[in-house]
Every structure is written in C-alpha cells, then in structure tokens.
Design a protein around this ligand. Structure first.
Ligand code: URA
Length: 226
C-alpha cells in the first residue's frame, strides 16, 4: 500500500473511531477540521520523512488529556498515538490506576515521527526545541477544544510543550500546576522511560510510582468535575 493510501486510511479510521464515540455537534466539526488541517501540516520539516500526522484521539468531553512525546514507529504506521510498546505499558498502567483509556484524550507534543534510518530500522530520535515549538500550536488547539479539567504531561518533551520552557519532571511530579491558560496540569514520566530501565527492581518501583501518579490524577479529575 502506498504511503498516501496508508495516510488516507489513517484519516478515515480516525474519523470513524471518533464518530462512533461522539456523534454530531459544532465541537466535533471543529475537531475534524483541525484534524484535517493537522494531516497537511508542514510547520516543520518532520512531515517529509514520516508516513503521516499522528493526531490526538479520544472523546472531546474527556476529563483527562494525556500528552506524550511523539509517535513511534508503530504509531507512525497506524496513525494512532500510543499503540506500540510504550502504549502497551501505558494501557497496563492506566488499567491498574482505574482509568479507562477510552474515556481519555491521548495526543503527543510532536505529531510526526522523528527517526534516524539504520538499515531497515527506523530509530526514534528526540524532537528538538524548534520542532516542539513548531508543533505546540496543535496541542494548544486540541486542549482548547477538549478543555480537560486535567492535562497530563508524560515526560519532558510534553512538559516543555505545555510550559513553554524546560522543566524538571522530578520537581513537578505529584502535584497540580497551573498552565498559562489557567488550566491544571500534572507531570509524570514517559512510559518509554519505564520500558528502558535495565534494573528490574528499579523498573518495578518506577512502574508502581507511575501508577500511583495516575491514581492521584484520576482522583483529582473526578474531584474537579464533581
Ligand atoms: N511515545 C509517545 O510519546 N507517543 C506515542 O504515541 C508513542 C510513543
């Protein structure tokens, strides 16, 4: 299948999935227009090598909006965020924390896969400050539509995109913070960080801590909408 065909199918799938979740309405139309625009995005050079834009997904009345770093290899091909190994770990942690992913909106700070080609493999490459800034507009538009009571930055890139500056995850973790638009943001680690940890004991501890963060976030979101 050609890359264009993959991208077109990705758009059709994304729209189909969203329609099934939430029929009709101006909000939905605004989101669909944003999605269509994002899929043509040339704000930075990353669109040139990626298969397609990987936009956010989830109900537009979500209480929690998660922001990751950027799509990985599998997300780039599927056109959906967090469907690869990091996504699986994320799903498991959400389940343990009692959060239904289908009720959350999940997106990324950077919407195109940045990679280095090594033979047949495409190796993840961290987005730089210029790429994060160029893509920031999209997550701002997504948040402006969804208006989640709680936004969650998964890792340093997402936090940088949300706060507009470099922040230290360890310092911000475990408590609410206010964003420039007055909304509430929580910061935690990125699931890939937990995948990469070589030491098994630390890995288990850090995964448990990630779940604890998610439990706090679930409780906080419930309190804010009560
Ligand atoms: N990592 C991310 O930050 N986002 C994805 O969608 C997948 C992996």
């Amino acid at each position: 299948m050609s890359e264009q065909a993959i991208a077109d199918r990705g758009l059709a799938d994304a729209l189909g999935a969203e329609r099934a979740l939430q029929p009709g309405g101006n909000l939905r139309r605004a989101w669909e227009e944003l999605l269509a625009e994002a899929r043509r995005c040339t704000r930075c050079h990353l669109y040139k090598c990626a298969t397609q834009t990987v936009f956010g997904e989830g109900p537009l009345n979500a209480r929690i909006l998660f922001i990751g770093e950027q799509p990985g290899d599998q997300e780039d091909l599927a056109g959906r965020p967090f469907v690869g190994p990091a996504g699986q770990l994320f799903d498991q942690a959400l389940e343990k924390a009692g959060i239904d992913r289908a009720e959350t909106y999940v997106t990324n700070a950077v919407k195109h896969f940045k990679f280095v080609q090594r033979g047949k493999k495409r190796i993840h490459d961290k987005p730089n400050a210029g790429e994060i800034t160029a893509c920031r507009w999209w997550q701002e538009q997504e948040r402006a539509l969804v208006k989640p009571p709680v936004t969650v930055a998964l890792g340093a890139t997402a936090a940088r995109s949300l706060f507009g500056k470099v922040v230290t995850i360890g310092k911000l973790r475990g408590a609410p913070h206010q964003l420039a638009d007055g909304s509430e943001c929580w910061v935690t680690v990125h699931p890939s960080f937990l995948l990469r940890m070589p030491d098994e004991v630390r890995r288990r501890e850090e995964r448990a801590r990630f779940v604890e963060d998610l439990i706090l976030i679930r409780k906080r979101a419930a309190r804010l909408v009560a």
